[in-house]
Write a protein that binds this ligand. Sequence first.
Ligand code: EPU
Length: 430
Amino acid sequence: MDRIRITGGNPLNGHLTVSGAKNAALPLMISSLLTEEPLILNNVPRLADVLQLERILINHGVDIAVHGRKPADGDDSGQRMTFTAAEIVDTCAPYDLVSKMRASFWVIGPLLARMHEARVSLPGGCAIGTRPVDFFLYGLKQLGAEIDIDNGYVIAKAPPGGLVGGEVDLPRVSVGATHTIMMAATLARGKTVIRNAAMEPEIGNVAECLVAMGASISGIGTRTLVIEGVERLHGATVDVIPDRIEAGTFAMAVAMTGGDVLLRGARPEHLQAALDLVERAGATITREAGGLRVRRNGNGLQAVDVEVDTFPGFPTDLQAQFMSLMTRANGTSEIRETIFENRFMHVAELLRFGADIRVDGQLATVTGVPELRGAQVMATDLRASVSLVIAGLAASGETIVSRIYHLDRGFERLEEKLGRCGAKIERLAG
Ligand code: EPU
């Protein structure tokens, strides 16, 4: 298994290009199941999760083409890909494919809408929490689906003639349930109202894509989505939005190491809550043509409290990275996770750097220390693993991060991007 070696203590300077958002690319790719015509996506990131979803879509019969040349060193442009689901050859998403990535469960929405049936393995729990699918099943039932669970599979059947519009009041904001029910409702007969919908920018990206494919959706960017079903959708060309979590991660890395970096393509409106906190912690952030500039001149970091929330609040996907930053702040900060019940696995690893963190349930109390010292650490999930990279960049001496396949799921060529900004970071082949 590959590992990453970091020699800490170097500031970051230069520019980085933010890749396309993993959490937008995945549901956009899944949307291609809704039409027999080609869906062209620009700026698709090169990530392990994208490759995994390609396997799943190919299994359903989707024809996938990647256009253009292979990226040269220093070329940060995303992939242009075409997804054509001319014929769905299989409406089953099997366990061995779905169990590797939770978002693959979301194919249930488009399959049910277009083919009137789907058999999709339950995604199961995962490291950061139990992550049940009850909201998805409730929502699909509201659209008339009959749902059965058999042998670890969700078996969903639409009523004769297909799904029908319905009222869906989500008990809690869920990104995946919103994507899935919205996709399913585009081809349902009549009107669907989704209340308490997620407002994450990735939902907006997918909703705009569906509209470009001929869907009728209003309320995009609000808590209530209204979808008027149409008979068929057609092809479209859509850009994947820049990854706000990657941008926020780099902003925190610069705040941690000091330096001056332009984050090309970052959209401040997608991560304002995180930027506010990074500024309060001591970095200077300015909007510049084409991106965001993050600077810190080496002065001390300030402790800041944070409570994770759904968008537009501070995202759970940046909680680990912010905790890493706070390990070096002056004072004590309280970090409360509210979305997932087990998303503090990075704490045990951050302690190896000499950090001072106490956990009580969903609350972590971080008291800044004057120095972090390099350590051997292990990645436990995607965002946790990058928090260890951030700590390693600021720690004295050498850090080795193992199990970095977690990192490859969601960060495109991380070591190359950081290396170009002056970090001493390299991948060691396993
Ligand atoms: N939930 C239920 N029942 C459901 C669905 C969700 O109880 O049927 C709960 C979850 O267990 C969780 C909360 O509702 O406690 C919110 O979960 P949500 O459904 O919003 O999460 P998700 O759709 O599974 C996406 C991202 C995650 C991100 C969360 C929260 C993708 C592919 N995944 O997950 O991203 O943390 O929203 O913003 O978009 C990551 O990229 O590392 C990652 C984990």
